[in-house]
Write a protein that binds this ligand. Structure first.
Ligand code: ARG
Length: 597
């Protein structure tokens, strides 16, 4: 495909010396494979774009392709057999389709970053899966990626937890192994120490409303923790351990991994004083109200100053982020550091980036916050403090239950029903998250988030499974070729190169050509995903391919006994190429693809 693109570009460069030659993708494969919009060149040459397109169409000759003007566009359309050959070569070859070789760019992706002693809510799914997929696509496109989790394991909320534990748990339930007598009925699967910690947290905030003195108590505990008080430290580290154990279980279920889990907020504790000193030396620190330390950002258009030390001397979220940015610069000398954090922290990151640029211009253009819209309930914002949240595991479990019911009804004989239901249920939730615009807020309703028909993950998964069923029926090596080798923690699904069919006969028909054209759109979708820092483009392209496959499957018989061997082989090769492309694309988004469903 690249070769055809290059020939077209070269021919254009020759015909239009000195002009910039940018190629687009036509709206459909009917029109062609590449489009050259003539507007800019026509303007520079004082010509009418339609006339220029017609002119070029008559002049340029590229073997194996037709050139045609369509209004102000010059389209290059590969002959059907050529289109089939170049794409099958690329899709079945050794280089993963649409990937890029390693090029040395260093990218840090920071995502998930949950706060200790809270449960994963549906909101955490967004950061976790968007971040995971961005790490995947950047790795696929040749970047050297480090996946970071800035665990919220420090801060005033630990004062709250310590005070709450002391007040309501230490006496009667020191190991947090039993349910609290004052708690509502606790569902079986939530009977964990982490859930009990969370209940303490919620109770504390409720009690605080009527008894403000509790607030001071929590503050005092945090001060003790910051001063290294042994008891506070012991409890903190135990709370942390309880939480991490749960988080790891969920990450495993989601198929998400990190390169480091021990660089959370607490990790930067020892670096805070040096960070404050550096800020002081750089002349950035100012005294704010009542002795707090702030950094003024008005000169760069940010009205709210960045607070870096509270009046009582206790440390602050923002300062830990400054320390982390310094540490990351010194450790990785990154080209980009992407923070996948909710839109409610836009100001925080604006301030952070402004502070870093003041400290060292090196940071300019390297720091990126990719905010995502918050998930709310129809009745309003979710709040852990108030306890009105949707837990992530409930969503995943419910999705799996719904899929399971459909399988029992439609395909009760299916092997491995539980595993398949897990993949489809998770696929529905995760794909929904990828498909939706990252920035728009989402109102959570069960039917929406775990929908199973329409533009959903299971629709793409179904196309993949249907292809595998065709390949199994075809016999020989076909189905095996659609199975990857041993999975490593990699963005690439490891397929071995597969043989190309001898002839492309059987792929000239329009539905086959449409499918080929849509497959050809994947590399650009990956680049768009990388550029926009969201999976929408890839999710959409996968849906389009799945739909195009359905058209091909209905209109071009594959295993029909009257097909010639050549037709059968070329169509099976296209099936194989499609299955691999879908599986790879889903893998980038963090969705698994069962072989049967
Ligand atoms: N723990 C924070 C939260 O749950 C998110 C951390 C985001 N990352 C950062 N570097 N500040 O809201």
């Amino acid at each position: 495909m690249e070769r055809s693109r290059n020939s077209f570009q070269q021919a254009l460069a020759q015909a239009l010396p000195g002009q910039e030659i940018g190629l687009d993708r036509p709206r459909s494969g009917e029109l062609g494979d590449f489009a050259f919009p003539c507007f800019r060149a026509a303007k520079a040459l004082g010509l009418n774009p339609q006339a220029l397109a017609r002119d070029l169409a008559a002049k340029i000759v590229i073997p194996g392709a037709e050139l045609a003007a369509a209004g102000p566009y010059l389209n290059l359309k590969l002959q059907p057999a050529v289109r089939a050959r170049v794409l099958l070569e690329a899709l079945l070859g050794t280089v993963p389709f649409g990937s890029a070789p390693a090029h040395g760019e260093t990218v840090l992706v920071e995502y998930s970053s949950p706060n200790i002693a809270k449960l994963f809510t549906i909101g955490h799914l967004r950061s976790t899966m968007i971040g995971h997929s961005l790490a995947q696509v950047n790795r696929y496109l040749g970047c050297s990626v480090t996946r970071l989790n800035h665990l919220g394991d420090w801060g005033t909320q630990f004062g709250t937890l310590l005070a709450a534990y002391k007040a309501w748990a230490e006496q009667d339930n020191p190991e947090l192994e039993q349910d609290f007598p004052w708690a509502d009925e606790v569902p079986e699967k939530l009977r964990t120490p982490l859930y009990r910690l969370f209940q303490l947290y919620v109770r504390f905030h409720a009690a605080e409303e009527s008894d403000p003195s509790l607030h001071d108590e929590a503050k005092a505990w945090f001060v003790r923790l910051e001063q290294g008080d042994p008891e506070a430290t012991r409890l903190w580290s135990w709370f942390r351990q309880i939480s991490i154990r749960e988080f790891l279980r969920i990450y495993q279920r989601l198929g998400v991994a990190f390169d480091t889990l021990d660089q959370g907020e607490a990790f930067y504790q020892d670096m805070l004083q040096p960070t404050l000193d550096l800020l002081q030396h750089s002349g950035l620190l100012k005294e704010g109200d009542g002795g707090a330390m702030i950094i003024d950002l008005e000169d760069v258009g940010i009205q709210t100053p960045s607070l870096v030390q509270k009046a009582d001397g206790s440390s602050i979220y923002a300062t830990r982020d400054i320390a982390a940015a310094l540490f990351r610069r010194d450790t990785w000398h990154f080209d980009r550091c992407v923070y996948v954090v909710g839109a409610d922290q836009i100001l925080h990151f604006k301030q952070l980036f402004a502070v870093m640029e003041k400290l060292d211009p090196w940071y300019r253009g390297r720091m990126l916050h990719t905010p995502f819209g918050m998930v709310s309930l129809p009745e309003g914002k979710m709040s852990t403090r108030k306890g009105n949240v949707i837990f992530l595991e409930d969503v995943l479990d419910e999705a799996v239950v719904r899929v399971r019911a459909i399988i029992e009804e439609k395909n009760p004989e299916l092997a491995d029903k539980a595993a398949v239901a897990e993949m489809l249920g998770m696929g529905a939730v995760v794909f929904f998250n990828a498909l939706n615009d990252r920035v728009k807020p989402i109102t959570f309703t069960w039917d929406r988030v775990i929908a199973l028909d329409g533009d959903t993950g299971p629709y793409v998964q179904y196309a993949h499974a249907r292809i595998l069923s065709v390949l199994r029926k075809a016999g020989g090596d076909w189905a095996n070729r659609a199975r990857p080798g041993a999975a490593a923690d990699s963005a690439v699904v490891p397929f071995a190169a597969a043989p190309l069919p001898d002839s492309m006969e059987g792929l000239e028909d329009a539905p086959a050509q449409t499918l080929l054209f849509e497959l050809a759109g994947l590399p650009e979708a990956y680049r768009t995903m990388q550029r926009e820092n969201m999976g929408t483009a890839v999710a959409r392209q996968l849906l389009t391919i799945a739909k195009a496959f359905s058209g091909f499957y209905t209109n071009c018989p594959i295993l029909w006994p009257e097909n010639s061997q050549a037709v059968r082989d070329s169509r099976l090769a296209l099936c194989l190429a499609t299955a691999r492309a879908l599986r790879q694309g889903l893998h980038i988004l963090g969705v698994q693809a069962p072989e049967a469903m």
